[in-house]
Ligand binder design. Structure first.
Ligand SMILES: [Zn+2]
Length: 218
């Protein structure tokens, strides 16, 4: 399967195994792996459990078929804007200052999870030529594990909240009520924390607006 991501043609098959090596919570690895193998029990694959007859695993409260993409992107019934700003604030602290789109998950469009598998490939191969490119590549490399960890933790928490709501009668996922929980989760120690010790060097990276291809970045 060939896909287009950030205006680049990419073969997801080249990156699927990255799910086992990127820096994300273990539980998310399994979720992503199942998603890639069409084995995630959601949407039309969901038939409930003996003890739980809720239909929420099949259809979201907004009426759309439940899917990992739907969970990660949110919808009118689950406005994730406030939670996403929490993630953005955390990313801002450890990321190089740049408009490069891998640094801004809000620009990942309808591919909410695939870019996290391909961050390294995209950042090493798609960063255009510009003054300061070498320094930017270094800053991207140094901050990448921590960025993977923060985004992966954000995804993992969204998944857990939605699953809890599906499987527990007493739990209702209200995104605006989960801000403190997410802030706490984003403080979980990153397994690759030592790699981020030098990310302050990222501040030295040039503040430039870069393009993947002409006109690709608005
Ligand atoms: Zn929905």
């Amino acid at each position: 399967m060939i896909g287009i991501l950030f205006d680049r043609v990419l073969d997801p098959g080249n990156h699927v195994k990255k799910v086992w090596t990127i820096t994300v919570p273990e539980g998310l690895r399994e979720v992503l792996w199942k998603e890639m193998n069409s084995a995630l029990v959601l949407g039309h694959r969901y038939y409930g459990t003996k003890s739980r007859k809720s239909d929420m695993g099949r259809v979201c409260l907004c009426g759309q078929e439940m899917s990992l993409r739907h969970i990660l992107l949110g919808c009118i019934k689950y406005d994730l804007w406030l939670l996403f700003t929490v993630l953005e604030d955390a990313l801002l602290v450890i990321s190089p200052k740049s408009a490069f789109r891998t640094l801004h998950p809000d620009e990942w469009g309808l591919s909410p999870w695939y870019p996290i598998l391909a961050l390294q490939a995209i950042e090493e191969n798609a960063l255009p030529i510009f003054k300061g490119r070498k320094k930017m590549l270094k800053a991207l490399k140094l901050s990448r594990p921590k960025r993977e960890w923060l985004i992966g933790t954000y995804y993992w928490m969204l998944w857990k909240w939605r699953m809890k709501e599906i499987h527990e009668d007493s739990f209702v996922f209200v995104p605006t009520s989960c801000v403190a929980s997410l802030q706490e989760a984003l403080l979980w120690p990153c397994p690759m924390a030592e790699s981020t010790a030098k990310t302050h060097e990222a501040d030295l990276a040039p503040a430039v607006k870069v393009r993947l291809t002409d006109g690709a970045y608005r």
